[in-house]
Design a protein. Structure first.
Lengths: 503, 507
């Protein structure tokens, strides 16, 4: 294999391993079998006050085989890449499926998916970030750190970059064979100001999102780092000097840099069908958006339109074909404020009468079983030119403008959530009136989305996201993006976090 | 296979991977660096997962991870070039590279899994060390002897310890009947049983050859009524699964479902609460992760003292609690030496092989120690305190069990476990999260009904400070953090004025 998008798997015995695993699985009577050979390169560099604190340069290689035999599931995985070990995976997976079949309450079926033959896919990127020498990464982070530390308002700086190149070779019994590469990067810088006398401190972090891009992201492709770094010291100083918020009810204008995470928690996870049906009851939780409410649940106001997709360029969940061989798609989840769709894998689709999965199966490692994971779940902007963030603010008499994500927590059925942020601005008579601090907003999901009066236009839309969405046991970590415009929410409960902590 | 026969099979003879000891020796022999540490982890895991009264995802896996750490000694001028790189923002602008016992050094780490190209991995780590400046955590290598891990070369020669689905055979065999009973009662069971053993081999150019086999198992069971209105949880950490009785788990849950026969709606507010050991673990593990000595010295920690310095020596709580880690803690045995493939704020790759012993973080209710790697400890004039692979909170002399504390309660909320815990304010260590799978109202010594769930906003430091009673410590499983901190022993706590910030309608 010579093309750039498959270099990561060069030299691995892909054909030999996949054939041995699938042939043995077929011979053992499996109705479904899929095998993944993966190579995941992860690099992490962290500087503390301009000095290297942590470096990681890891290459994970392995093979996992997922089978369905007589309606029972088995999964086996190893780091040994040869035909003998691959065939043994089939034996191990089938044995486990047989061993647990007595406790099988529901036979597992997989929704139909046509064979896609042999296909290749790569996410768009220019420079492989894992090919950039460590010294260059350190130099960039040193430069960023120095620029912040040059301010006398900054006492400490943390600068980090995490980069991943995920090469995945997949094959199943239907004849689909995919070879895919996904590249992603997350640089982040945080400044801290310490008031040693009072024993207090504050921080301000970049709001640049993690993205499905290469090293070019650090030099201005997709984000203006210079502009953001220039503002951090003064934003931090203003935050330190700002008044503490008065707890109460406020109208909120929420910036995409904060709203993406609220969408992730209150819409993304709530509309995973396995959760809604109780399959995550012991760990991630269930959902208030139960399956019987499909098509009728009033999720939010009529301006709420949420789409799930695995196709958005630079989206962290974007891919050509999922980990069950399903071609990636785009689908409505909430339209005109009503629940109209769920995220599916082939098992959930077959169990619940869907003709086809919408392609949300993912395993974070060759050693983990694919489960339903989140698509890029995005709130659509207002049609046409739509309002700007300033226009949204102009409609607020007494409110808070929330920028950047920080702390997050939501309950196990996705009703009650609480979020903080990087910075908060008072809004008085339609205008920003300086920062305030110690803000957390707390709401119930459908009340919150029901209070969505307006969304911003396309010009306010930003693709945010995270590398570290958790689900499943053993725990799996998935990257996912969420696009959204600014949003205007009426009458939201705001807490003062210092008051919450006082006895 | 009967649960009584858990003699695990030896490593398959037909594996193509070279033995882990050979990987260590070959990597050390290939090293051209001034110093080298090689870590090989052999991982063997098996799990059964179930929900809606059926098994869902069951798996077995074998993993091998290899990490090579290369050290490069730096000449004086080379090391000095970076001395002021910290600039005005670097606190005291101190250099850690010149700590006692260490010349300045650069370090590089490369890691991989499976059948790694050892030569390539060694060269990659050396290339990283070659391009790196002086490491601030540089310190002299750990020499064999009293300061190093206590396991000898004999243990190093032993093979890795595998697990298999056989370790879970008792649970697997019982699941079908458990599902049947749940169906008959109108309930749905969900849960997870996993057993794994990680055997780690550490070899260094200073002559250390250490091995540790760490078993870790978890059993979790949730029972929900079919309409989702009642939900209860029980969990446990275990080394062998020989102490796990699925039927006993079911009975614990049946008791709690019965408690939920009467439903009581209560508003947000401050309540006296009884935290079972599992819920105490949820809070204490989060607190222990914030115990960084350097963060505290730099004024950016809840353990920083106003006016400067740390709170070491200061009282944190009225009750004379002890918070400790101890590799020899019975039932919670953990590695007696440090192994790490990545440096962090309080952990250093230079400290690989460092002996890890009994460590009191809090003693007599006073803060005794914070985490420090050797270089930071030398700089600050304290003893190094590497993290320990278990955590115990104990109130000396406490004997009460949770049921005794329930019996002695006038009015309080009895919790089960906490969930989705996140830091809200690092200054106070204010955490938010939810109660989950069981909140009960206790009145006049008896549980009188199940209460709605709440979102809490609380600091574990305040929880310790407001604890008015503690029972005897027992093995506990943090539901929130148990996957990576499996080994904890905690007491039940009675805490006054626990801040339930809002009601959660979730069950």
């Amino acid at each position: 294999m010579t093309s750039r998008d498959s270099d990561g798997l060069a030299g691995l015995p892909l054909q030999e391993v996949r054939s041995a695993a699938l042939e043995r699985a077929r011979a053992l009577g499996c109705s479904h079998a899929e095998v993944r050979v993966e190579r995941i390169r992860s690099q992490f560099v962290a500087l503390r006050d301009g000095r290297v604190e942590t470096t990681v340069d890891d290459t994970e290689i392995g093979v996992g085989l997922h089978v369905v035999r007589e309606g029972s599931i088995g999964f086996a995985a190893t780091v040994e890449l040869n035909a003998e070990a691959a065939a043994r995976l089939a034996d191990d997976a089938v044995n486990l499926a047989a061993q647990t079949s007595a406790a099988l309450g529901t036979r597992v079926e997989m929704a139909e998916e046509p064979s896609h033959g042999e296909v290749r896919w790569s996410s768009p990127y220019e420079v492989d970030p894992t090919a950039v020498p460590l010294a260059d990464k350190v130099a960039l982070l040193e430069d960023w750190s120095r620029r912040l530390m040059a301010s006398d308002r900054v006492d400490h700086v943390a600068a980090r970059v995490l980069a991943v190149v995920e090469d995945k070779h997949y094959a199943d019994l239907s004849g689909t064979v995919t070879t895919q590469r996904r590249v992603r990067i997350y640089p982040v810088v945080e400044a801290v100001a310490v008031d040693a006398e009072s024993g207090s401190f504050e921080s301000m972090r970049t709001i640049a999102p993690p993205v499905g891009r290469g090293w070019e992201y650090t030099s201005g492709r997709g984000w203006d780092w210079d502009a953001e770094l220039d503002t951090i010291p003064s934003l931090l100083a203003e935050k330190v000097a700002s008044p503490t918020v008065e707890a109460g009810t406020y109208d909120l204008v929420i910036d995409p840099s904060n709203l993406w995470l609220t969408i992730h928690e209150s819409v993304g996870h709530a509309t995973e069908l396995d959760r809604a049906l109780g399959y995550e009851a012991a760990y991630a939780g269930t959902s208030f958006a139960t399956f019987d409410k499909l098509g009728t649940l009033r999720y939010g106001s009529p301006v709420m339109h949420v789409v799930g997709d695995r196709t958005t360029p630079h989206g962290l969940a974007s891919v050509g074909y999922d980990d069950e061989g399903v071609e990636s798609q785009s689908f409505d989840i909430v339209r005109d404020g009503v629940l109209v769709g769920y995220q599916l894998d082939r098992r959930m689709a077959a169990e619940n009468g869907f003709a086809r999965s919408n392609g949300c199966a993912f395993a974070d490692s060759p050693l983990h079983v694919p489960i339903q994971r989140m698509a890029n779940v995005s709130l659509q902007p207002a049609p046409g030119d739509g309002p700007s963030t300033e226009e949204l603010l102009s409609g607020v008499d007494r409110g808070i403008y929330v920028v950047g994500d920080k702390s997050w927590s939501i309950d196990m059925q996705r009703y009650n959530f609480q979020f903080t942020g990087q910075r908060f601005y008072k809004v008085e008579h339609g205008r920003l009136a300086g920062q305030c601090k110690d803000v957390a907003y707390q709401a119930q999901t459908t009340e919150f989305w029901g209070s969505l009066e307006a969304v911003g236009g396309r010009a306010t839309y930003v693709l945010g996201g995270a590398f570290n969405c958790g689900k499943g046991q053993p725990g799996q970590v998935a990257p996912v993006s969420h696009g959204c415009p600014s949003g205007l929410f009426r009458g939201i409960r705001v807490l003062n976090t210092r008051a919450e902590a006082s006895r | 296979m009967s649960p009584g026969h858990r003699h695990l099979p030896p490593s398959p003879e037909d594996r193509h991977l070279p033995p882990p000891q050979e990987v260590v020796e070959r990597a050390l022999a290939a090293s051209r660096a001034d110093g080298c540490a090689v870590i090989v982890e052999e991982v063997s895991q098996a799990e059964v997962r179930f929900a809606n009264n059926t098994t869902t995802t069951n798996g077995v896996r074998r993993n091998r991870r290899v990490a090579v750490v290369s050290f490069r000694a730096l000449a004086g001028a080379d090391a000095g070039a970076d001395a002021d790189a910290g600039g005005p923002g670097s606190g005291t602008g101190r250099r850690r590279g010149g700590a006692a016992g260490a010349g300045p050094s650069a370090v590089g780490v490369a890691s991989g899994s499976g059948e790694v190209d050892i030569e390539a991995l060694v060269r990659a780590s050396e290339a990283e060390a070659g391009g790196a400046g002086p490491a601030e955590d540089a310190f002299a290598p750990v020499e064999p002897g009293p300061g190093a891990g206590s396991m000898g070369s004999t243990a190093f020669d032993e093979p890795s310890v595998p697990t298999s689905p056989a370790a879970l055979a008792g649970v697997i065999a019982g699941l079908g009947d458990a599902f049947g009973r749940a169906r008959a009662a109108g309930n749905r069971l969900a849960g997870f049983a996993t057993h794994g053993i990680e055997t780690v081999y550490l070899g260094t150019s200073a002559g250390l050859r250490l091995r540790h086999a760490q078993p870790a198992g978890t059993m979790e069971l949730v029972a929900r009524s079919a309409d989702g209105s009642r939900s209860v949880w029980a969990g446990a950490g275990t080394s062998t699964f020989e102490d796990i009785d699925l039927h006993a788990f079911e009975q614990r849950l049946e008791r709690r479902l019965a408690w939920a026969g009467r439903r009581v709606e209560l508003p947000a507010g401050r309540y006296e609460v009884l935290l079972p050991p599992d819920a105490t673990a949820d809070l204490m593990v989060a607190m222990s992760e914030a115990m960084s000595g350097r963060d505290a010295e730099e004024g950016r920690s809840p353990f920083s003292s106003p006016g400067g310095g740390t709170k070491i020596g200061e009282p944190l709580c009225a009750l004379p609690f002890e918070l400790r880690g101890d590799p020899g803690e019975p039932g919670l045995e953990a590695a007696p030496f440090l192994v790490t493939a990545a440096s962090g704020t309080d952990v250093s790759v230079f400290d690989n092989g460092l002996s890890v012993g009994p460590t009191s973080w809090i003693e007599g209710g006073r803060l005794r120690r914070l985490r420090y790697h050797r270089a930071a400890a030398a700089h600050s004039g304290v003893d190094p305190s590497p993290p320990v692979g278990n955590l115990t909170l104990a109130l000396p002399g406490a004997t009460a069990a949770l049921d005794d504390m329930i019996a002695g309660t006038e009015r309080a909320l009895l919790l089960t476990c906490l969930w989705y815990i996140r830091e809200v304010d690092p200054v106070t260590l204010l955490l938010t999260g939810l109660t989950r799978d069981g909140v009960y109202l206790v009145e006049h010594g008896e549980v009188v009904g199940a209460v709605n769930n709440f979102r809490f906003n609380e600091s574990p430091l305040d929880v310790l400070a407001r604890a008015v009673e503690a029972g005897r410590s027992e093995r506990a499983l943090s539901r929130e953090w148990g996957e990576w901190m499996n080994r904890t022993a905690m007491p039940p706590l009675r805490v006054a004025d626990f801040n339930m910030s809002s009601v959660s309608p979730a069950t």
